[in-house]
Write a protein that binds this ligand. Structure first.
Ligand code: ATP
Ligand code: MG
Length: 172
């Protein structure tokens, strides 16, 4: 039976932890899919890796283009989050995957880009064998309630605090 994981909190490691699960799963010959909600940088190690690995599907809906008008940006983010959700639903029901990671979905819910009730329905009605991972800060109590594994990454130190920005191969 598949279970539900949540990685939340303000420390580094939420996406990295889910990539660790992906690695482990791939090692067993399983099929995995990661769908990224919100963020859209395409030049990231996990996307490059997925390109060479037929068992790892990486899906990114939004792009990182900057838009002029703030209102348009919010509209676009909402549309992207909703599209990501529709894709996630399709992939979850497709029967193609053993493990599905919904990266940053907690943030999408928290920013009201996604209706939490739709997400709750999806979790409750997921196929029995799928392992589902949800990452992102500020996971809602209702999601935590439904999950089986909940881990909070707590920020103790981050090099960003001393002006070291995201580094290739480590942070992306
Ligand atoms: P990672 O992808 O490294 O596992 P994450 O998924 O836990 O990080 P996100 O909230 O998705 O964290 O943040 C994305 C980016 O911000 C990553 O490059 C990550 O290294 C960096 N980051 C994570 N936590 C912090 C923090 N507390 N301060 C500054 N930058 C952070
Ligand atoms: Mg992340």
């Amino acid at each position: 039976m598949g279970l539900v994981h949540v990685y939340t909190g303000d420390g580094k490691g939420k996406t990295t932890a889910s990539l660790g699960l992906i690695l482990r799963s791939l090692g067993w010959g399983r099929k995995v899919c990661m769908i990224q909600f919100i963020k859209g940088y395409s030049e990231i190690g996990e996307a490059f890796f997925a390109k060479d690995n037929p068992n790892f599907t990486f899906i990114q809906v939004s792009d990182s283009k900057i838009r002029d008008i703030k209102e348009d940006q919010v509209k676009q983010m909402k549309a992207d989050a909703e599209k990501s959700f529709e894709i996630a639903k399709e992939e979850i029901y497709s029967g193609k995957y053993d493990l599905i990671v919904l990266d940053e979905i907690n943030n999408a819910i928290n920013y009201d880009l996604l209706d939490i009730n739709k997400v709750i329905d999806l979790i409750k009605n997921r196929p029995e064998n799928i392992e589902l991972v949800m990452t992102g800060r500020h996971a809602k109590d209702e999601i935590i309630e439904l999950a089986d594994y909940v881990t909070e990454m707590r920020l103790v130190k981050h090099p960003y605090q001393k002006g070291i920005f995201a580094r290739e191969g480590i942070d992306y």
